[in-house]
Design a protein around this ligand. Structure first.
Ligand SMILES: [Zn+2]
Ligand SMILES: [Zn+2]
Length: 341
């Protein structure tokens, strides 16, 4: 069973995937030509045409039938992670939790389409509605503190064998360090100014317009003022809400439209690069320890999407320091993307 281990110095949790250990001699990532060969065989489509249709669904009740073509399956079908009880233990200085939580694969389409950009707007909308439905369902399990949605498209070290448009929902009994840093930063700002920093950012970005990539009725997409990566984009709902699954209501079609446009700009303007996105939403509010510490979270935190094309590899300097070097000014990146059809 995988486990969570905490770095005793900075408090960062790491998932140690014990069962996926590679064999000795197999630690080096394969070269690009081998990866390309594997790209052609999709394990989701390969076996039978009905491979996807016959997979066990995570959903069990008919209320979710509106999700149409989108399927959600456990990332590891042999383990029913939702029934696992997390056991915390201490080994001297080290904290360990057995298991790490739910890990679900959202198969975005039954057709073999690799890039979400090539899905229709209604299909993209179904995918984002599915994320919301899954977060809502996972929140009911009291063991989980936090859920996050992520997607990796293109040739990346993990998952390179499956070039089928998919994304993931993860729920864990702990909060990742970067999420904690964001929550603390947003709360500090709120404590000083009695305002949501993200709402204030939206006002400032709309007023200047320099870093805006696209705007819809309910969302703005912009290159952050201190972007870490080339063409990093943040997508924020204009209306304040800390929870993705609740804040999305009534804006599903508009978000799908925004995602389609932004992903097309990246595909066409940057020569179809690999990319990742993460949906950042507030942790689940549980009674007890955290309730007093995060009592203003509804007002101080604002859900959002971080989209990161992978145009450069993270170098040792960034990995070692967390100090990023961005080679193009964010204003120039935004101007370029605004011009891409
Ligand atoms: Zn496929
Ligand atoms: Zn806000």
């Amino acid at each position: 069973m995988p486990e969570l281990r905490k770095d005793p110095v900075i408090g960062r949790w790491v998932i140690i995937a014990s069962e996926r250990a590679r064999r000795p001699g197999n630690f080096v990532d394969r070269n690009d030509s081998e990866i390309e060969m594997e790209e052609r065989q999709c394990s989701l489509c390969a076996d039978t045409q009905n491979a996807i249709a016959t997979m066990p669904q995570v959903f069990s009740d008919s209320a979710d039938s509106s999700l149409g073509d989108v399927k959600v399956v456990p990332a590891n079908p042999s383990s029913v992670l939702e029934s696992v009880e997390f056991i915390r233990s201490k080994k001297g200085l080290y904290d360990v939790i057995s298991g790490f939580g739910a890990h679900e694969v959202v198969i975005e389409t039954p057709e073999h389409i690799t890039n979400m950009t090539d899905l229709s707007v209604p299909q993209i909308r179904l995918v984002f509605e599915t994320y919301a439905a899954r977060i809502q369902a996972l929140e009911k399990n009291e063991q989980y503190q936090f859920a996050i949605v992520y997607k990796n498209y293109g040739v990346t070290i993990r998952d390179y064998a499956i070039g089928h448009s998919r994304s993931y929902v993860v729920a864990t009994p702990v909060r990742p360090l970067r999420v904690k840093e964001k929550l603390i930063g947003a709360k500090d700002y709120y404590d000083q100014k009695h305002a949501c920093i993200y709402c204030d950012l939206i006002q400032q970005e709309l007023a200047s317009g320099d870093r805006i990539v696209h705007e819809t009725e309910h969302f703005i997409a912009f290159v952050p003022f201190a972007a870490r990566f080339l063409f990093e984009i943040k997508i924020l709902p204009k209306e304040h809400h800390c929870d993705y699954h609740l804040g999305l209501r009534g804006k599903e079609a508009d978000l799908a439209q925004m995602m389609k446009i932004i992903l097309e700009k990246i595909q066409n303007g940057l020569d179809d690069p690999a990319y990742s996105y993460v949906i950042q939403t507030a942790p689940f509010r549980r009674t007890g320890l955290y309730s007093s510490k995060w009592k203003t979270i509804d007002r101080d935190y604002h859900w959002h999407i971080e989209l990161m094309p992978q145009l450069t590899r993270m170098a040792g300097f960034e990995k070692g320091t967390g100090f990023y070097i961005c080679a193009i000014p964010p204003e120039d990146m935004a101007e370029y993307l605004r011009g891409v059809e």
